[in-house]
Design a protein around this ligand. Structure first.
Ligand code: GDD
Ligand code: MG
Length: 333
């Protein structure tokens, strides 16, 4: 068995102003917070105890997720007063866990359909210190570039390099031997990507890759956030969280959460989702967009490739394209 840590404490700077009052993992894609999609994926792999490693806007998680019993899970919360970096966050969160089990750590902004159960199995069969899920991308510059050999052993971990030496990248899901987590110093700002992983490799620790090229996306940029939601709605990405959610209507073109009010003359398509309690007035057209809970879209408005945040209002006949709309501002993305 394995236990989990979700890294959900980053600032989400690239998604401002959506992340001014909502932490990135609590932004909704396909009607549910990113974290809820990740928890369903972890649960499908048999992980039922998870610590949310929070820092920025930490108070926003507990009211929604509580003790996790609604999802048949046990959720715990570790709070960093100021962000400790990915390594410091893992060390801090692990104090709440039984340290004898394998620890799965997942970046809190990733949608992944990879086979986590198989990653755990291989990690344990290899008696590895660390097993990194890698995926293949055309341009590795924005990621951790991770070359490995034909035996699956990781050769190097090169965070965000200008001239990547491989196209296999760190997909942000790690299996740790608990002893390795215990060796990370407490109350210290540390990056696993820039410090712990390179150190483990130079110490000749047992660091393995698990290469799985299933659907994968980091939703940390505006375009990716919208794409991730559309992919969950259309079925390109696995969306196990939707099986347990209160959904009024779901087909490959649109998702409408329960309690949303969508006028019969409105058109919702191209993978759009309408959050719980949102209102879509007559003749409105929502294309490829996210409308969060409680938002209001006025009569005849046309919204394309945009994110309308919780409680925001779009005026009658407004035409909005490629924008973030919050209660107080509209930003072209
Ligand atoms: N608790 C906590 N504390 N969480 C943090 C902190 C912190 O100090 N800093 C970052 N995080 C969380 C973020 O909330 C996010 O979920 C995750 O760690 C990764 O941070 P990002 O800021 O999104 O990093 P990135 O996307 O530039 O790069 C990372 O992800 C790539 C894959 O998406 C790295 O892990 C790369 O190596 C990787 O390729
Ligand atoms: Mg990221």
């Amino acid at each position: 068995m394995a236990v989990g840590i979700l890294l959900v404490g980053g600032l989400g700077t690239r998604l401002m102003p959506l992340t001014k009052y909502t932490p990135k993992p609590m932004l909704t894609v396909a009607g549910l917070p990113v974290t809820e999609h990740q928890l369903a994926m972890a649960r499908n792999a048999g992980i039922t105890t998870v610590v949310l490693a929070t820092s920025y806007l930490s108070d926003l998680f507990t009211p929604y997720f509580g003790d996790g019993s609604k999802w048949g899970m046990k959720l715990l919360y570790a709070v960093e007063k100021s962000p400790l970096g990915t390594g410091g966050a893992i060390a801090n969160a692990a104090q709440l866990l039984d340290t004898h089990e394998s620890i799965v750590v997942i970046n809190g902004d990733v949608l992944s359909s990879h086979n986590l159960g198989e990653q755990i199995r291989q990690h344990e069969a290899n008696k590895a210190d660390l097993t990194l899920h890698l995926t293949t991308v055309a341009d590795a510059r924005a990621y951790g570039c991770v070359p490995s050999d034909s035996q699956g052993r990781v050769i190097a971990f090169l965070e965000k390099m200008d001239k990547p030496v491989a196209n296999t990248i760190n997909a942000g899901c790690y299996l740790f031997n608990p002893k390795v987590v215990q060796s990370i110093p407490l109350n210290t700002v540390i990056s696993v990507e820039r410090e712990s992983f390179p150190q483990l490799i130079s110490d000749a620790a047992q660091v393995f890759s698990y290469i799985d090229n299933s659907y994968w996306l980091d939703i940390g940029t505006p375009q990716a956030l919208l794409k991730g939601s559309r992919d969950l709605v259309s079925g390109i990405a696995d969306a196990p969280a939707l099986e347990m959610a209160d959904v009024a209507h779901h087909d490959q073109h649109c998702l409408i959460m329960a309690t949303a009010r969508v006028d019969a003359s409105a058109v919702i398509d191209q993978g759009s989702c309408i959050g719980a309690g949102a209102t879509i007035a007559p003749q409105a057209h929502v294309r490829g967009s996210i409308i969060e809970s409680g938002a209001v879209v006025g009569k005849g408005a046309i919204i394309s490739d945009s994110f309308v945040a919780a409680g925001a209002e779009v005026a009658e006949n407004a035409q909005i394209s490629a924008a973030f709309v919050t209660k107080s501002e509209i930003l072209t993305i």
